[in-house]
Design a protein around this ligand. Structure first.
Ligand SMILES: *Cc1c(COP(=O)(O)O)cnc(C)c1O
Length: 359
């Protein structure tokens, strides 16, 4: 089906990025993070392309079930664990690995009639202050997990870094020290690193790494490109010119008239707006690739349309294909133009409205 706006997913790039991350963390196994519909890339396709990953990680149980339905037989870690007996029973049925970050979850496991031997990832809070046992409480939590009536198949130790995307920040080192102190002498597998830590801190790699963003070919760092790590963008967000029009100097375009033409020029109206995942906060001047040239977005993002000044671009007509982000126009740069991060833009691709075209 032809669609005016589409997110084209390069599965070859996804495979290549997995290989690149393997080389960067050669001693670690990889839990590929595919939460939020694989960061907007489409869960099933992404999982298929990442079939060589050692495990998958999703936020919630329904995503794990969707992965199993897509034929994934590898281990699937539920990053938030479960908070009800029903969910625990489901997790057992699908043989999910569970994050255990709270005493309530240990209690559920203790009372569970399912007699399933789970792989349990015990989360230690070393400074994120979101999920996990505080370092002081961790030894008791571990002891209780070790005394479960149905013993775990394996226990792994996890923490999550709050500021690994800032190489200068001392917090990562402090979190690492706390994790080491808490886990010292325990012969259990460890997992610390997200994408930023995989790319910048080999001392955090441990037995398992948990890349998300980098798999999709996007850099977690403000001033370092994905290309500088050998990563290739997986998503190309493409759209189409649906109209062109001349505007005279002084005329405005779109709601609120937030942009006025400084000279007579030509505008292209493109399919795509906040209904498709283009944030309304994109500023005037945000680049759009039209015939491989950068043309500035002008005026407000509407629900289904944007306007671009194509005064400097030749040979644009109804039907011309344009790129909103992807190879040649990093999503990191577009995120910056909206005052947000690439994670949010990628996850915001609305799978109900935007065709995911897989290549
Ligand atoms: C999302 C997430 C990751 C992956 O983070 P990236 O920055 O995308 O690599 C890793 N671990 C946990 C616990 C997460 O929630």
């Amino acid at each position: 089906m032809s669609r005016l706006i589409r997110a084209v997913i390069d599965t070859q790039a996804l495979r290549a990025n997995l290989q690149t991350l393997r080389k960067l963390a050669p001693h670690s196994r990889i839990a590929a993070v595919v939460k939020a519909n694989a960061y907007g890339h489409g869960l099933a396709h992404a999982a298929r392309a990442l079939a060589e990953a050692d495990a998958f990680a999703v936020a919630r149980i329904e995503d794990g079930i969707a992965l199993r339905a897509a034929g994934v037989t590898r281990p699937i870690l539920i990053l938030e664990g479960v908070i009800s007996e029903d969910a625990l029973t489901e997790a057992a049925q699908h043989d999910f690995d569970l994050m255990v970050h709270d005493a309530l979850q240990i209690e559920l496991l203790r009372k569970c009639a399912c007699q399933h031997r789970f792989v349990l990832w015990l989360k230690i809070d070393t400074g994120m202050n979101r999920l996990g046992f505080r370092c002081d409480d961790f030894p008791a939590a571990l002891a209780r997990v070790r005394q479960l009536p149905t013993p775990a198949r394996e226990i792994r130790l996890v923490t999550h870094l709050a500021r690994a995307d800032d190489r200068q920040d001392a917090t990562t080192g402090e979190q690492l020290e706390r994790f080491k102190a808490a886990t010292q002498g325990l012969a259990l597998a460890t997992s610390i690193a997200n994408s930023a830590a995989i790319l910048s801190r080999p001392d955090t790699h441990g037995d398992w790494v948990r890349p998300g963003l980098a798999l999709y070919g996007v850099s977690p760092f403000a001033n370092e490109s994905a290309a500088s790590f050998g990563l290739v963008p997986v998503m190309s967000f493409e759209t189409t010119v649906i109209a062109t029009r001349r505007v005279a100097r002084g005329e405005s375009v779109g709601y609120g008239g937030t942009w006025r033409a400084a000279r007579d020029t030509t505008l292209a109206i493109l399919a795509g707006g906040y209904g498709d995942g283009l944030p309304r906060s994109l500023r005037n001047g945000t680049p759009v690739l039209v015939n491989k040239e950068r043309a500035p977005l002008v005026g407000r993002v509407s629900m289904d349309m944007i306007a671009v000044d194509i005064g400097e671009v030749a040979d644009v007509h109804v039907g011309t294909s344009c790129k909103l982000w992807g190879p040649g126009l990093p999503v990191e740069e577009i995120a910056d133009c909206a005052g947000t991060i690439s994670y949010e833009l990628l996850c915001g691709i609305s799978s109900r409205r935007v065709l995911l075209e897989v290549r």
